[in-house]
Design a protein around this ligand. Structure first.
Ligand code: NDP
Length: 602
């Protein structure tokens, strides 16, 4: 048994056999590794066809009639989620009004436009997740605001900065082509637009392409089926708050038990005649402790409070010591426990972190015994992998759903659903009759299928992005790429990550708006990374992903470790895993001084 620990150790009473657990984790990993890795999924958005209906927009109303736009702008943005909104805001603030935003959806909001499933909410504290609260004079109603409230906030930001006038909704880019003679991008769309733009900013989101499980027979199911990011309330009744009354006589199956399922399963359990949750790998679940915002607390907040809080959170989850945890939620408590104040000699830090990871997971597993009545079900819900292998999950209702008599956990023991039939799903030879099948099977994340964004980009001398990046992304900061001048990618591969995605968007869009302002003011026509700076950045990203492998190679497969497949290409498509706080400071210094390191400004 492991007994070594740091002082004042909150996990002190969790005794574990680390070697036995390590073996168990590897067994669980091996049971899930598959030869087809990330290719196992069906990507309904990648090509129109029999699965294309899974990504149609169920929320757009009527036909859109508008004339094609043939115009020239300073900046064209692709994507109207928080990235596009924040970029629009910064451009407005810097007096750059000649821009357009192309967006596939029929409104702003990005992920909050598409994800309207019951229970949808942010799992990051809303006071730090929802940007510009001070500017808009708002305070979220709950500690973790609901999806509709966040979507409304997106619309409010767009109105505040007069961004609706700049939006081309229900429009998809079909091609981007660099025209060297005019130093412009020529962007065409599926609505016949031909927009020439001095700068293009791509904020298409890292999780915008829905995936379906590659299960035999998927196209044979004759019942009702949809992906969680296209929830069909016509069929289920109700809305994002619940009330799924039309499921009262329905046998509902849901495939997937990630962050999305954690939020919608309690509602399905409450309303379906019977719910079957098909589990391949259980999530780690910790208490969520959502609560209404205390009006007294809100009225005591001082100017600058939000930025201070945002930075406090990011510092903590980056392993940086702070004197005070302003957030005190599951994220910050977990990260502090693992990475901060370990109070052990430096040569013992790695070992204590390893030990704490095992003990924290054991604590999470033990809590399941307290919450789930049926012993076999409780056992099946226990996650056996390292804490950082998958996104942390938080819920006060998910595990409890399995105490309902109308909810069944179908544990596939790492194998996934075996087969789908006309009338249901098969696991371990047993057929489950279903009226409705819901796919909570997630989204593309920084894979080769993601970085292309569904259209071709032709850079200098006609070089295509798909050819240039066939062995993985090549960039400086994940933002700039050689041979693709004046094209900025916001928060995708090779950029630093933090769990509070909107913080990253804010930092990068602020920097880019300054860069554009600088170019417009000084007559700079092209911005492009030097070959050397790009090569060095790519090498750093690869080295970081290589060293992360020590941890991730032992993880059960998932999108954090490219489904267990490590390659140079996967490493290049991965994130920059250095300090986000340092990265933010570096960008800040660059635009304050006007010295943009690693870039050729011509
Ligand atoms: P995930 O990728 O996290 O989960 C997909 C689920 O589908 C996994 O449980 C996976 O199992 C399962 N699955 C895939 N194929 C099969 C199969 N053949 N048979 C059975 N199960 C299968 O997707 P989510 O939509 O849940 O979450 C995606 C991301 O969206 C999150 O990680 C998070 O970043 C974001 N999100 C954020 C929220 C927020 O509040 N900020 C809320 C909700 C989502 P396995 O683990 O074995 O691969």
């Amino acid at each position: 048994m492991d007994s070594q620990s740091s002082k004042n150790d909150p996990l002190a009473d969790i005794e574990i056999d680390r070697d036995a657990l390590r073996r168990k984790y590897l067994e669980e990993r091996d049971r899930r590794l598959r030869r087809d890795g990330a290719d196992q999924y069906i990507r309904p958005g990648a090509a129109a066809g029999k699965f294309g209906k899974f990504v149609e927009d169920p929320y757009a109303e009527g036909d859109l009639q508008r004339d094609a736009r043939v115009t020239d702008v300073d900046v064209l943005m692709v994507g109207g989620g928080f990235g596009g909104l924040l970029m629009g805001r910064r451009l407005r603030e810097m007096g750059i009004d000649d821009f357009l935003i192309v967006e596939n959806a029929s409104d702003f909001g990005g992920t909050w436009y598409w994800n309207r499933y019951p229970g949808v909410a942010c799992d990051i504290e809303s006071y730090i997740y929802m940007p510009m609260l001070e500017e808009l004079g708002k305070i979220p109603s709950m500690r973790y605001a609901s999806g509709p409230e966040i979507f409304q906030h997106c619309q409010d930001i767009a109105r505040h900065f007069d961004l609706y006038a700049k939006a081309l909704f229900r429009t998809k880019v079909t091609e981007m082509r660099w025209e060297e003679a005019r130093r412009r991008w020529i962007v065409t769309t599926n609505r016949g637009d031909r927009i020439s733009a001095r700068f293009v900013a791509m904020s298409t989101g890292p999780l915008n392409q829905a995936k379906l499980p590659g299960v035999p027979g998927l196209d044979t199911f004759k019942g009702h089926a949809f992906h969680t990011s296209r929830w069909d309330y016509e069929y289920t009744g109700g809305d994002a708050r619940g009330g799924l009354t039309r499921l009262a006589d329905k046998r509902v199956g849901i495939i997937g038990t990630g962050s999305t399922a954690i939020q919608c399963v309690p509602h399905l359990g409450k309303w379906a005649k019977h719910l079957y949750v098909f589990q391949r790998t259980p999530s780690s679940i910790q208490p969520r402790e959502n609560r209404p915002t205390d009006p007294q607390w809100a009225s005591d907040l001082q100017p600058g409070w939000q930025q201070e809080r945002v930075e406090n959170f990011t510092s903590i989850i980056s392993g940086i010591h702070v004197d005070k945890d302003m957030i005190q939620d599951g994220w910050t408590k977990t990260f502090r426990l693992l990475f901060d104040n370990l109070d052990v000699p430096p040569d013992k830090v790695a070992d204590v972190m390893d030990l704490n990871d095992f003990r924290k997971m054991e604590q999470i597993r033990r809590a399941i015994d307290e919450l789930v009545e049926d012993k076999d079900t409780a056992e099946a819900l226990k996650p056996y992998y390292g804490l950082m292998c998958k996104r942390l999950g938080f819920s006060d209702e998910y595990l409890q759903t399995f105490n309902r008599s109308n909810a069944t956990l179908v544990d596939t023991k790492g194998k996934g659903v075996e087969r789908i039939t006309e009338t249901g799903a098969v696991v371990d030879g047993r057929h489950y009759e279903l009226d409705c099948l819901i796919f909570a099977t997630g989204f593309e994340w920084l894979t080769e299928h993601k970085v292309g964004s569904g259209f071709e980009t032709y850079g200098r001398n006609g070089v295509t992005q798909s050819e240039a990046w066939k062995d993985g992304v090549l960039s400086l900061y994940g933002v700039h790429s050689r041979d693709f001048p004046n094209r900025f990618v916001i928060c995708n591969s090779q950029q630093p990550q933090t769990a509070n995605f909107v913080h990253m968007l804010d930092v990068v869009t602020n920097h880019l708006a300054h860069l554009v302002r600088h170019c417009l003011d000084t007559g700079i026509e092209t911005v492009e990374p030097t070959q050397q700076a790009q090569d060095e950045w790519v090498d750093q990203v690869v080295a970081m992903n290589e060293s992360r492998q020590q941890y991730f190679q032992n993880c059960t497969p998932g999108y954090y470790n490219n489904e267990g497949e490590y390659s140079l290409k996967a490493a290049r498509n991965g994130s920059y895993t250095g300090s986000f706080i340092d990265f933010a400071a570096k960008l800040d210094e660059q635009h304050r001084t006007g010295v943009f390191e690693g870039l050729e400004l011509a």
